[in-house]
Write a new protein. Structure first.
Length: 433
């Protein structure tokens, strides 16, 4: 039944995608983030749904009469530069066969990022896009939270196999990053029962993050909660929600969970943590000895024999920053960090423009929650190999398209300010001023 349902939804959406390319963007985003086909057991499991949706969306966009424009901003310029640089580093990759396979996957993400920027135009488009982002990961938060409470936290919460979020740590980071978007939906909900329901999903998502046993996600959740509290209009409600969650964690989670979390302080006694440090030093050595880095998938046992301080301890990058450093060098890391910085600045600019504008309160809330998501990804990503995870770049898409939507309003306000500031011209003698 699951297979039939997925086939029906995907192929049933094709006529709508032909008519409106934005529907294709929404469908691709859903498939990419939620991976519903990986929850099936038959023909749908390995079926190339995403490729079909991407192809139909591209054709629809090419033949659409809607304007096709990617705004030239600091974010889009940095994103393009980062993509170009990654293409160059792949040409000189130390593990070329592995690098080109990863290049194929990563470039698909950035290609659809560009398609999304082109296709999203209206307020309705952006709101629907964010809804898909939140629901796709909120599903696993809801499901994982119930599982954690029902099982007493005895087992790890994991995602669908053979996906970006299949690992418990990766799923935890995805939920941390998506949680502010779930809260954004709550801020926009008009009906009391809907706000109550979304609050429940948010609380269950936190419990799912806890149930993942991910130490990095725990640190990221704390950091994100602080920023969520700072950005929220109702700080008391956030504070009360935290007060509710903390005793539940103490009541539900077993001793082995607390024992694992305590190793955050004693990282020198934890083999996993020391292995990560060895990988980080490996990435630094690769970047020092190779101007363009080692290319995608350079973290291999063969390369560890050459560049690792301890070549016998092999770990993946376990950090988005050291992953980019090892694969694309110091320039690649600078581009990656600059993209994050400019995305944050775009959010700040939108918030300042929308402040005290009741008609744009939704945009201010969205920009604020996107910034909180970036914080969650930036902190949690310091411990995971997810530098090219779709959700982070889709959040950047939300900020870029929001910026694109508001650009005419920005220009209108600047023109109005300039006219007010301009002094009146001189009048001719004898003529009334």
């Amino acid at each position: 039944m699951r297979d039939i349902l997925i086939f029906a939804i995907v192929f049933g959406s094709l006529p709508f995608i032909v008519k409106r390319p934005v529907v294709g963007v929404l469908m691709y985003t859903w498939l990419s983030l939620m991976n519903p086909h990986r929850l099936t057991y038959g023909a749908a499991y390995d079926f190339p749904f995403a490729a079909i949706i991407a192809a139909v969306t591209l054709c629809s966009l090419l033949f659409s009469v809607q304007p096709k424009r990617i705004p030239l901003t600091s974010v889009t310029a940095m994103l393009l530069t980062f993509v170009v640089w990654m293409n160059l580093t792949t040409l000189v990759a130390l593990e070329p066969e592995l690098a080109w396979k990863e290049w194929d996957r990563v470039m698909k993400t950035f290609f659809m990022t560009a398609i999304a920027i082109l296709a999203l135009h209206t307020e309705k488009d952006i709101k629907q896009y964010v809804l898909v982002l939140a629901v796709s990961l909120g599903f696993y938060g809801f499901k994982g939270g119930i599982f954690t409470l029902a099982s007493g936290g005895t087992s790890h919460v994991v995602g669908p196999p053979f996906t970006y979020i299949g690992d418990n740590n990766a799923l935890a980071l995805a939920m941390v990053t998506a949680l502010p978007l779930v809260w954004y939906l709550r801020l926009q909900a008009q009906k009391k029962w809907l706000r109550f329901g979304i609050t429940g999903v948010a609380v269950l998502t936190v419990m799912a993050i806890v149930g993942s046993y991910s130490r990095g996600a725990l640190v990221a959740t704390v950091a994100m909660m602080v920023f969520l509290w700072l950005k929220s209009r109702n700080k008391l409600r956030i504070f009360l929600a935290v007060l509710l969650i903390v005793p539940v964690i103490y009541a539900v989670m077993p001793d082995k969970w607390f024992g694992r979390m305590e190793t955050i302080d004693n990282y020198k006694e934890d083999a996993s943590a020391m292995g990560r440090i060895n990988s980080w030093e490996f990435a630094t050595n690769v970047a020092k000895n190779n101007f363009m880095g080692g290319g995608y998938r350079v973290f291999t046992p063969k390369m560890f024999l050459v560049y690792a301080p301890n070549p016998l301890i092999f770990f993946d990058a376990h950090s988005i920053y050291f992953q980019v450093l090892g694969e694309h060098g110091f320039i690649g890391l600078c581009l990656f960090l600059s993209l994050m910085f400019y995305a944050w600045r775009t959010g700040t600019r939108i918030i300042k423009f929308c402040r005290n504008r009741t008609d744009l309160k939704w945009a201010e809330d969205l920009a604020s929650m996107c910034q909180v998501s970036i914080i969650g990804f930036a902190v949690g990503g310091a411990f995971l190999t997810l530098a090219y995870y779709d959700l982070y770049y889709f959040i950047i898409v939300a900020l870029v398209t929001l910026d694109k939507l508001l650009l005419p309003k920005f220009a209108e306000r600047e023109n109005t300010s300039a006219s007010i500031a301009m002094p009146p011209g001189p009048t001719k003698p004898g003529n009334p001023a």
